[in-house]
Ligand binder design. Structure first.
Ligand SMILES: CSC[C@@H](O)[C@@H](O)C(=O)COP(=O)(O)O
Length: 380
């Protein structure tokens, strides 16, 4: 494993390897992605020259995680615009590439609106394309700022809930700099605790079936010299029972108006475990993840992924392959249940931490008030 990390450069911090960047080589603008399907073994860049390549990268999870999907979606609209493609068509394809993470549609709409406004105002397609690009850049920068503020609010909440310090935090999926313009959401809080000398241990759920915890969160934790331990998702129960978890920190893909939280499948069982063991279950997400148009958890569309992600393990370098290109771990023809997300009801969520502060207890009224406050801050 050490050798695999070495190829990234011994002295290179993960924060120096952006998950995504806009570049303008002489052949024309491109969106460069760090292909997350190849981490931690290889650092491979994926260069998107049009929105359809980006749609494919989003579907394959080369680029993933709610905040980064929003940023990518906005740049995707800009890419279509600067390269002279049909912007409305590209926006529709991008926004529909994955259904659960609301940030994707929010990011796409933001760049699309900037493009439409500039086109209506100036009638100049080049100016409209630059307006879309400026909107994407602003969103990218805002996400980095929001990430830093979430980390501050989240650490303050942890310290308040766990006054003894020495926090032992369990996290699920990946919510660090690989999903953000900054240092992420839930992971950014754990990282802030680590930097403040108050993180005793980060428990990292491997996050079946695509191993975002093992491949990505453990990778980010290692690169930040955090004390971390990887566990299989089904080992979490015995870890709680042993009294080894002080708090659970997870991100979110969509938060309904009533406070229901959609996040990577496996988050809901952790919330149930946390309640049984009297451990706080804390969700960290930017305000843009709160979707006032989705009234409750039952209204959240949960993405269903292909069954081969469960019936096979992926190892691209191994030639023996099942339908999904991986090594079969179940009899051929086995049906799989593979929702990408689950929904945690608000009564199991101790707090939702955003860049505007924390909501606890989680109620529809408190969330609505938070969103209204955020809009005022954005407008003024
Ligand atoms: C800040 S990240 C929040 C979520 O997007 C994250 O926890 C998650 O579930 C990502 O799922 P993924 O399917 O890898 O895109």
């Amino acid at each position: 494993m050490a050798d695999q990390y070495a190829q990234f450069g011994e002295d290179k911090r993960l924060s120096e390897i952006p998950a995504l960047r806009w570049e303008e080589p002489p052949e024309g603008p491109v969106l460069v992605l760090l292909d997350q399907t190849r981490l931690p073994a290889e650092e491979v860049e994926l260069v998107c020259t049009d929105a359809s390549a980006l749609v494919e990268a989003i579907r394959s999870l080369a680029v993933r995680g709610a905040p980064l999907l929003g940023i990518a979606g906005a740049y995707g609209v800009a890419l279509a615009a600067v390269r002279g493609f049909d912007v409305e068509e590209a926006a529709t394809a991008l926004a529909g590439a994955r259904p659960t993470a609301v940030n994707l549609a929010v990011g796409v709409r933001r760049a699309q609106a900037a493009h439409r406004d500039a086109l209506a105002r100036t009638g100049d397609v080049r100016q409209a394309a630059q307006a879309a690009l400026a909107a994407a850049r602003t969103l990218h920068r805002e996400d980095a700022e929001a990430s830093a503020r979430m980390a501050g609010h989240g650490l303050a909440l942890l310290d308040e809930l766990l006054p003894g310090g020495g926090h032992r935090v369990l996290t699920h999926c990946n919510s660090g700099s690989l999903v953000s313009g900054g240092e992420g959401t839930a992971f950014a809080v754990a990282l802030a605790a680590h930097r403040a000398g108050r993180l005793r241990r980060l428990w990292v759920d491997e996050t079946r079936p695509l191993l975002q915890g093992a491949r990505l969160t453990a990778y980010e934790a290692a690169r930040n010299d955090m004390a971390y331990t990887l566990l299989t998702d089904n080992a979490a129960g015995s870890l709680f029972a042993a009294g080894e978890v002080d708090a659970v920190l997870v991100g979110a893909d969509r938060i309904a108006a009533d406070g229901s939280v959609a996040n990577k499948v496996g988050s809901y069982p952790l919330a149930v475990l946390a309640r049984y063991h009297h451990v706080p279950f804390i969700v960290v997400a930017p305000v843009t993840t709160v979707d006032p148009d989705t009234p409750d958890g039952a209204s959240i569309e949960v993405e269903q992924r292909p069954g081969y992600e469960v019936t096979e393990v992926t190892a691209p370098q191994v030639p023996v392959a099942g339908a999904g290109g991986g090594i079969p771990v179940a009899p051929l023809g086995t049906q799989a249940y593979n929702p990408a997300f689950d929904v945690t009801p608000p009564e199991l969520v101790t707090a939702i931490v955003t860049e505007e502060g924390a909501v606890s207890p989680v109620t529809a009224e408190a969330l609505a008030e938070l969103c209204a406050r955020s809009r005022q801050v954005t407008i003024s």
